[in-house]
Design a protein around this ligand. Structure first.
Ligand code: NAI
Length: 402
């Protein structure tokens, strides 16, 4: 039976290659579809690909009766009922790191623009004012860049900024290997005190919410700049506005806000709008065509690997397991099941009774879900897969031929 990848919302064409190589037929829809059309299209999907506008709720999963995996060709997965998917043994994949470079480039551009005082001169020039002077205008070479969070984006930015001759310092809660001449500092306070520009690249968690407030801005050097292109709730925007008002913070670039418009029809309102020396962008740090291509490739590969190998590495809602490529002549049985005592022995008994040799076996669990794979050599009896699928606690079962 032909297997189909149904892709919605103009997913980048780079996704086709991995999906075709997994022997999938591709059906494309240019936009997010109205619910009834979505359900009809999902009816024929072996795998589906969406971006942020397609809501995959429990009804959508119910309509997708032969769905094996879902790819979110974006970063977030809030549009998906992850529990409904996990309850059917459907892994959901996303592409969290495809836009790392895009954000790092925007941050670097913002560092240069702020240190040259471009935003306020540009605003003035549009009004017919000619602010031709070098006041507070600096090269970035030799200046201190302070990075909070030395993860994917922070560390990539570090390399780019070092290339421009900046002195890079960072603070992270985890031990991190410094790139090039970048240096880790012992505390956030120290980083704030020494940096000419501070940029934050940490995730939004209960620990990081509001971590940049009045006290932290006061610790920064007078005349320093601040950049937030990570998450809106990391920063107390009123405190940032007050620091700009007083002139203690000379300029800021902000891409993410505590309250962002849900669509282009909603007005954007922020206390930062009244300042000239700020760069405000509508959460586009990761929005480039290159990032979309990188995400397209990444997520399509994850879907293809799940189909051909049973790999769930990178899935956000099921146990992660990477059983690796399948040898020719070997078959792999995949079992999503309830994570409860007894299932594995029932599974093993059924596999042993098949008479096949078990060449490899793996198990991983996450919450209430277990995922087991076994590589089997030799003939399998008729009805073997149905037998495993009928075991008490089985959720989803599939056999892959090597
Ligand atoms: P990552 O997970 O690779 O790195 C985050 C780093 O922050 C980790 O090294 C972690 O140890 C560190 N960290 C966590 N809590 C910390 C704390 N309290 N103090 C110091 N360090 C701390 O994340 P990645 O991919 O680099 O993303 C960084 C941020 O950028 C995230 O908030 C992400 O949501 C955001 N982002 C924004 C985009 C945009 O469009 N503006 C696009 C992509 C990501």
């Amino acid at each position: 039976m032909s297997q189909t990848a149904v892709l919605f919302e103009n997913i980048h064409p780079v996704a086709d290659k991995p999906l075709l190589s997994a022997s999938l037929t591709i059906e494309r829809h240019g936009a997010a579809l109205p619910v009834a059309d979505l359900h009809t299209a999902l009816g024929g999907a072996t795998v589906a690909g969406i971006r942020s506008r397609t809501k995959m709720n429990a009804d959508a999963f119910a309509a997708a009766s032969s769905l094996l995996a879902l790819g979110c060709f974006c970063i977030g997965t809030n549009q998906v009922d992850l529990d409904a998917a996990a309850g059917r043994g459907i892994p959901v994949f996303n592409g969290p790191f495809g836009n790392t470079r895009s954000v790092a480039e925007l941050t670097l551009a913002s560092v240069i623009m702020l240190m040259r005082g471009v935003p306020h001169r540009s605003e003035a020039a549009k009004r017919g004012e000619w602010r031709k002077n070098a006041e507070h205008s600096h090269e970035v070479r030799g200046k201190k860049l302070g990075i909070i969070g030395y993860g994917n984006i922070g560390s990539q930015l570090s390399v780019l900024a070092s290339g421009l001759g900046m002195h890079v310092y960072f603070h992270d809660v985890e031990p991190k290997l410094a790139h090039g001449n970048a240096r880790s500092v012992g505390s956030l306070d120290e980083l704030l005190e020494i940096s000419d520009v501070v940029t934050i690249h940490v995730p939004s968690t209960p620990q990081t919410k509001g971590m940049m407030g009045a006290e932290q801005f006061a610790r920064m050097k007078a005349g320093a700049h601040f950049i937030n292109q990570a998450r809106g709730d990391l920063v107390d925007v009123d405190a940032l506005a007050a620091a700009l008002e007083s002139g203690h913070i000379r300029g800021t670039a902000v891409d993410v806000f505590p309250k962002e418009p849900a669509s282009k029809d909603e007005a954007f309102v922020s206390p930062l709008q009244k300042f000239e020396n700020v760069i405000l962008t509508p959460h586009v740090g990761g929005s480039t065509l290159e990032a979309q291509a990188a995400i397209g490739d990444d997520v399509a590969l994850k879907l293809a690997r799940f189909l051909s190998q049973g790999t769930t590495k990178g899935a956000v809602n099921v146990p992660e397991l990477d059983p690796g490529p399948l040898r020719r002549g070997v078959r792999r049985i995949l079992s999503f099941h309830e994570n409860a005592p007894g299932f594995l022995s029932r599974f093993n008994d059924a596999v042993s009774a098949s008479g096949a040799n078990i060449a490899a076996q793996r198990l991983q669990t996450m919450g209430q879900l277990g995922y087991a794979t076994a590589d089997l050599e030799g003939d399998l009896p008729a009805g073997f897969v149905d037998h495993i699928a009928a075991l008490d606690g089985s959720i989803a079962t599939r056999l892959i031929e090597g």
